[in-house]
Design a protein around this ligand. Sequence first.
Ligand SMILES: [Zn+2]
Length: 475
Amino acid sequence: MKVALYVRVSTLEQAEEGYSIGEQKDKLKKYCEIKDWKITRVYSDPGFSGSNLNRPSMQQLIKDAGTGLYDAVLVYKLDRLSRSQKDTLHLIEDIFQKNNIHFISLSENFDTSTAFGKAMIGILSVFAQLEREQIKERMMMGKAGRAKAGKIMAWSNIPFGYVKDNDTYKIDPLRANIVKKIYNMYLAGDSVTRIFNRLNEEGHVGKDIEWSYRTVRQVLSNASYTGVVTYHGKIYPGKHQPIIDENTFDEVQRQLKIRQIEAEKKFYAHPFQSKYMLSGLLKCGYCGATLVINKSHRKNKPPRWRYNCPNTLSRKHVRTYAHKDIDCPFKFIYRDEIEELVTSEVKKLALDPQSITEDYEQHDEEQIDVEAIEKELASIKRKQNKLVDLYLIADTLNIDELNNRSTKLKEQQRALEAKLKPVQKDDNKIIDFQKNLAKAKDIERLDYDKQKFIINQLVSSIDVTNENVTINWNF
Ligand SMILES: [Zn+2]
């Protein structure tokens, strides 16, 4: 028997296992070897969707059907031929059967030359179409679909000022007025701190818990108030009524940016209460106390700044405060030395930011293997596809079993996805950290205040003993 192979993979499917052109070909070739069939032509449509027949090799396959070039068409899976019921039936009935060509699909194990295969054609096509419609439906039900349809996200928090109303929000008049008040106060020049203090003084009306800097800041930057739905940074027109008009919202965003820049300028001009880069960060490695800075008095030499542990009793103090029961063994560390050491460690890290991720994984006690979970999720997805396949071979799995098993798989999937969540949160922290770290590549060339700023962003504390310095990174 002369066999034509037809292989296809859409761009989207290319990443999925078992669907690559190469794999399809390998499986089909092996099958032909076993059956002792001769492959006369391979028709290949890489990067084409199965939703219609507008594919170059598919058109060639149709053209060649009447020429006697092949007696059978072999595909890996029915949906490789087409994802449309109409097209599948058209190909099998009008093209293949009319020219006495058998059609064999490997995965579903059916062959139009057998009676069973003939009966299966219709059934399989129906299911192929059903599957496609389900995919479409699932996509529309999906997050992006919901956002595009202007619907609110099921998992998202309802912005203050709205109440849930089926798949959208409805304005809550009392709270909406408070939202407007927040925007008006901010545009009138009030700071975020002033706004939340004022709202709390008034008894945080419409809210169970007190307002905070964060919650007021969120209200000021939530685009939902203009009647849109945002998803992955993209904005879609929403179904809900706006509380804030676009111009007001845009002006607030502009102000937020301006005031942030001003705050940063101020910060650089008068950074921290403390004068020194590491004040507040340095901790005694023996007793945990925050190290204090003082001047060392040396004979005939200029004094030198150094950090001491407050629980270390100097010789002079031993006499005075001998009753104190802590006598920490920490000696002292010179300010310039420790500053230089920390700065160079920060630079080292800035030049090799990759190492921090490794560090992070090592330090994480409740270590979550993201890769393993993602692999497991992919395997569950494959199992789900496999279930549909089993169901398609009618007698292998009935609809109840299909539902039963796919419910279980979905439960597993949800549990795994939940595991991934806290990691993603920490990933954001790492991303923030790495952004700050990027500023530290030339840290030695920055002025002292900028160095201080960057180091305070990057470092949460530094443990110092007489022998060791351990930097605890801020992520
Ligand atoms: Zn100490």
